[in-house]
Design a protein around this ligand. Structure first.
Ligand SMILES: Cc1ncc(COP(=O)(O)O)c(C=O)c1O
Length: 445
């Protein structure tokens, strides 16, 4: 074929690509960057980034493996799978390395799992933006089920049973339920009783449980156990995790899945490896090397995660208090770096004074008028008029690594000038917003 000459007119295509919106968490980042470029003073509370520096021991390991350019086994290196198995075994989930599959982040692993399972998926409301979006991308439909009050991340077991029975009666194929322990966006951790009941429904209704435990090591109360469904329904639970949150290595793109033992788990593994082999071949070798080091949990990294847990607890607590003082209802954050205030008690005032009817109106107002970037509850599956929002304060820890390290080392990080300044600014914004907007009383539940 001769090459097209420059004189041939460009011919527009007759079709459009499938519309896939940018993930809301990434979109808010771009909106905040735009405001910054306009010279607006911003409070970046939208993006779920851990906000702490990478530990130097991890960069050292990564550098040591940088020359590894070859593809590796699809499931991941034997060293990494053994280390991840050890990590889970130390958390009360005995794990053989053969059930571990590694991927370039837990997000692609979740996507591959949904492709392998091939049916509709129950996702909690609210829940991390990606579960429902990925379910649609694989050609299935999400089934939304509300979580019990104060127990984000796990669909209410009774409502789960009703929803699945109803969907199946309509002829739908429902294969899985996703849970997040601890939860993004609410920053809470479901109780063992709720998880046990969820597992019992999953067993009765023949569902796979996908348990996203990426925030497991960031429960604020030291020693509080995470009730993994893998303990109560091991034959049907897949657990995923990564280094993205506890070690702030989201950009390194490395994650692991722990599949069930037994015949179902083995066939799921075969299918997952088939999908992985066609999408990512193998996770990046240098990252696998660093991840193996991390999952072996040397004391320097354990201390680093401990310090970050304390930092997240202190700052989310202070942020929750600001929202409560302004009249919002807030469940006290128990894990990770999220606060999920509910402006329902201020609804009438917000509507009368600011024309706010939906969570998106409210977060739009916060961004446009005050430069505060947060995500509306509707991004997490809530009805538009539910006035909840996810606030992620971890980008306030510092502008650079020097400040972030000082925040990690501080016994009272909320008092550091740059964090205290941001908290004061948040307080001012919320006071301004709440002026004449609230009839409610401050309440941190
Ligand atoms: C609940 C949850 N799961 C998974 C991820 C992403 O994980 P990864 O970086 O391993 O792809 C996130 C990141 O925001 C998350 O909040």
């Amino acid at each position: 074929m001769p090459a097209q000459t420059t004189s041939a007119p460009a011919r527009p295509l007759s079709f459009s690509p499938r519309p896939v919106p940018l993930s809301a968490t990434l979109a808010v980042n771009e909106a905040i960057a735009r405001k910054r470029r306009q010279g607006v003073r911003v409070l970046p509370l939208g993006f779920g980034e851990a906000g702490i520096p990478i530990h130097p021991a991890l960069t050292r390991e990564l550098e040591a493996a940088a020359a590894r350019g070859a593809y590796g086994p699809v499931a991941g290196s034997a060293v990494l799978r053994a280390a991840a198995a050890g990590y889970w075994s130390r958390r009360g989930l005995p794990t053989d390395p053969s059930v571990v599959v590694c991927g370039p982040g837990s997000k692609p692993l979740l996507f591959a799992l949904l492709l392998s399972l091939g049916g509709d998926v129950v996702v909690p409301t609210p829940s991390w933006v990606t579960y429902a979006a990925q379910t649609s991308l694989v050609g299935a439909r999400p089934i939304r089920v509300a979580t019990p009050r104060g127990e984000g991340g796990v669909p209410s077991p009774a409502l789960l049973a009703d929803a699945v029975v109803r969907a199946r009666a309509e002829g739908r194929t429902v294969r899985a339920v996703v849970v997040t322990l601890p939860d993004n966006p609410t920053g809470t951790l479901a109780s063992e009783d709720t998880v046990r009941r969820l597992c019992s429904v999953a067993r009765d209704l023949d569902l796979v449980v996908i348990s996203d435990e990426i925030y497991r090591d960031l429960v604020h109360a030291p020693g509080r156990a995470v009730p993994s469904p893998a303990r109560f329904a091991p034959e049907r639970t897949v657990v995923t995790t990564a280094l993205s949150k506890n070690l702030a290595a989201g950009g390194w793109r490395i994650g692991v899945a722990r599949l069930p033992d037994g015949p179902f788990g083995r066939s799921l593994r075969d299918s997952l490896l088939g999908v992985a082999s066609e999408i990512w071949s193998s996770a990046p070798a240098p990252m696998q090397h660093a991840a193996a080091y991390a999952f072996a949990e040397p004391s320097e990294l354990v201390e680093h995660v401990d310090r970050s847990r304390r930092l997240h607890a202190a700052v989310t607590g202070a942020v929750a208090a600001r929202f409560a003082e302004a009249g919002a209802e807030v469940t006290r954050p128990e894990a990770a770096f999220y606060v999920y205030p509910d402006f329902g008690p201020m609804r009438d005032g917000l509507r009368a004074n600011h024309g706010v009817r939906t969570a998106a109106d409210l977060t739009g107002l916060l961004l446009e008028r005050y430069g505060v970037g947060v995500l509306p509850g509707s991004a997490f599956g809530e009805a538009p008029e539910v006035l909840r929002m996810r606030v992620a304060p971890s980008l306030l820890y510092g502008e650079d690594d020097e400040q972030r390290l000082a925040a990690l080392a501080s016994p009272a990080p909320a008092g550091l000038p740059w964090i205290a300044g941001a908290l004061d600014r948040l307080g001012e914004v919320l006071d301004d917003l709440a002026e004449n907007a609230t009839a409610g009383q401050p309440a941190v539940a």
